[in-house]
Design a protein around this ligand. Structure first.
Ligand SMILES: O=C(O)CCC(=O)C(=O)O
Length: 292
């Protein structure tokens, strides 16, 4: 395995970092290269609030220990203080620009804790649109949209020694065939070394086109729906915390094979009146649902 300490920030012959008001540039970079970083989208006060909310919602009884990771897949429903994001205009402006409309509803949200020693996140694309058959799992229902898949806040920073995120430049392009020396898995969701091994998702970082994202806690990490990404193990003492709230165009109706979960109904009922529009179209997620 490559040592995270040996991975340094890359330089590019194009810009990858933007101010929150450079929305056209963020969109253009995401479309051209598959990722972009919006610097300083959140002030320290919101970062600190999100750090508290991620800990409270994801690990309410503080049961996680060394080596553990946990993901909460409907974070925003009960992260009450994080509803302030709906009123943080730089955040909403970014989403309006990425989705291309003002008529947004919450699509999905997540928050992750990775403790010291947590495992590597193997390389994958979130996009479930490569298979067009009936959905087999919740990802097949929710991850077939063409809008950017990642809009993450790594609120304790993203860096290789801290379980930071990496993407592969240009891996969002429709005709991308995998990095040189690798083959795509048969579902096109990941890749493996072309040395006669099996199709297991690759878990190391010695990859042509690798982009280690090295960011501050208030930055937003944007990536396109097909972009391949992975994350290092967290080798620092501090918990690695991240969260994301994604939206879609409210007029893009999603048919779910699950009933609207009680927690999604409660979220819609509890949102203050002026924010209820963001729950209009929200379908929640039933983690227990699987095709028969
Ligand atoms: O935890 C991470 O940094 C990676 C998250 C991720 O890959 C995903 O949610 O698809």
């Amino acid at each position: 395995m490559i040592s995270p300490e040996s991975i340094t920030k890359r330089t590019f012959d194009y810009r990858t970092e933007f101010r929150p008001d450079e929305l056209d540039e963020v969109r253009a970079c995401t479309e051209a290269h598959g990722f972009a970083i919006v610097k300083g989208l959140l002030p320290d006060s919101i970062v600190e609030m999100l750090q508290r909310e991620v800990q409270r919602v994801v690990d309410p009884d503080a049961t996680l220990g060394p080596g553990d990771s946990r993901t909460h897949v409907s974070f925003i429903e009960t992260a009450y203080d994080a509803w302030a994001l709906f009123e943080h205009q730089p955040f909403m402006n970014l989403h309006r620009a990425l989705i291309g409309t003002d008529e947004l509803c919450v699509h999905r949200s997540a928050a992750i804790i990775r403790k010291t020693g947590s495992k590597v996140v193997t390389w994958h694309s979130d996009w479930a649109g490569y298979s067009q058959g009936p959905p087999k799992n919740t990802g097949d229902v929710l991850n077939r949209g063409l809008w950017p898949s990642g809009k993450w806040f790594y609120i304790t920073g993203s860096r290789p020694t801290h379980g930071g995120l990496c993407v592969i430049e240009d891996s969002h392009l429709e005709d991308w065939q995998g990095p040189e020396g690798f083959k795509l898995t048969s579902d096109r969701r990941s890749f493996y070394k072309d040395d006669g091994g099996d199709e297991s998702r690759y878990d190391d970082f010695d990859i042509p086109g690798l982009v280690p994202l090295i960011t501050d806690p208030g930055d937003c990490l944007v990536f396109a729906h097909r972009t391949q990404h992975g994350a290092f193990s967290n080798q620092e003492e501090e918990d690695r915390l991240s969260c994301a709230v994604g939206f879609r165009d409210r007029s893009h109706h999603i048919e779910t094979p699950w009933e609207l979960p009680e927690s999604a109904r409660t979220f819609a009922a509890e949102l203050p009146d002026h924010l209820k529009k963001y729950a209009d179209g929200y379908v929640g997620i039933d983690q227990g649902w699987k095709a028969e």
